[in-house]
Design a protein around this ligand. Structure first.
Ligand SMILES: Nc1ncnc2c1ncn2[C@@H]1O[C@H](COP(=O)(O)OP(=O)(O)OP(=O)(O)O)[C@@H](O)[C@H]1O
Ligand SMILES: [Mg+2]
Length: 277
């Protein structure tokens, strides 16, 4: 089973858009397996599960907080997960999740996230795709619980002297779960700095960033887009597996494109080889 964490240079960089396209492409791809006891190699459709552990910005529907990202992911994944299976920790207000939690006298902790992730893992999907929130170092706030591992402690700012509670980040969960990371770069002015800082931090955290995707999340095309992508191809050591232009609501023939149609088009442009080998 491959387990990918989708992070980005910032919020609104296209994590959900690209995650849906990745899931679409993966569910259309076949994977090999050994059938029966005769060692016969056969192929089957790839089973893909989705997880969006923490989301802020949800609508209350029939007493449940529904996050749009989780809803979209549920429309593409093929493991019959409910929206709350995909997004177990949800807040109504579209603000930093740990601030939303604090306003409700709640705490987001990694042990809870891990507990929910084990339920996703029990689906035995061939690929599990986890969408982050915001950028790589998303704060989860101080935790009164003991972190999962000594490794997860490495970024905590508490010491015996400071008496502060352990401070946790979503990246601590990624470290504890040892997920492979895919970096989405929103192609806009400043993205070279953001992409390099994010890549270097992922690496310093001891994680493997296996691929990156150049995404144009805004309709205004950045100046010198090609030069910026070439620069990133030289600076980032992992392969670029896709390059998405901004998909307009209307195609070149004047036909209206739905979100699903845009995702279908994007899915066809992904090189899945580094994800399936
Ligand atoms: N290549 C693209 N073409 C067209 N629309 C895009 C593209 N990439 C992203 N978008 C749109 O831009 C908006 C922001 O993208 P998205 O929601 O995927 O970002 P995100 O990184 O998941 O944000 P968040 O941090 O809130 O989870 C969405 O409306 C999305 O559909
Ligand atoms: Mg999103």
């Amino acid at each position: 089973m491959r387990e990918f964490f989708i992070t980005a240079t910032d919020t609104d960089a296209g994590k959900t858009f690209v995650s849906c396209a990745l899931i679409k492409a993966l569910t259309q791809a076949s994977i090999q397996f050994v059938a029966g006891d005769k060692n016969i190699c056969a192929t089957k459709p790839t089973k893909v599960a989705a997880f969006k552990p923490v989301a802020a910005g949800c609508e209350l529907v029939d007493g449940q907080l529904i996050n749009e990202d989780a809803k979209l992911l549920s429309e593409f994944a093929n493991c019959q997960q409910s929206i709350t299976d995909i997004n177990p920790i949800a807040f109504a207000e579209p603000i930093a999740p740990h601030i939303a939690a604090k306003k409700q006298n709640q705490e987001i902790n990694i042990a809870d996230i891990h507990h929910h992730y084990l339920a996703v893992k029990s689906l035995n999907a061939d690929v599990t795709l986890v969408e982050g929130a915001g950028g790589w170092r998303l704060p989860l706030g101080p935790s009164s619980l003991i972190p999962l591992s000594a490794e997860a402690m490495s970024l905590n700012i508490n010491t015996a002297n400071s008496q502060k509670p352990a401070y946790q980040f979503l990246s601590d969960f990624v470290k504890a779960a040892e997920l492979e990371v895919i970096l989405i770069v929103n192609m806009k002015l400043g993205c070279l700095n953001h992409a390099l800082l994010t890549y270097e931090t992922i690496k310093t955290d001891g994680l493997h960033c296996i691929a990156w995707i150049a995404n144009c999340a805004a309709s205004e095309r950045m100046d010198n887009l090609t030069e910026n992508i070439t620069e990133l191809e030289q600076l980032l050591p992992m392969p670029k597996i896709a390059q998405f232009d901004y998909f307009n609501d209307v195609d070149s023939q004047g036909n209206k494109l739905s979100f699903h149609e845009k995702i279908n088009l994007a899915a066809q442009q992904i090189n899945l080889v580094p994800l399936l080998k």
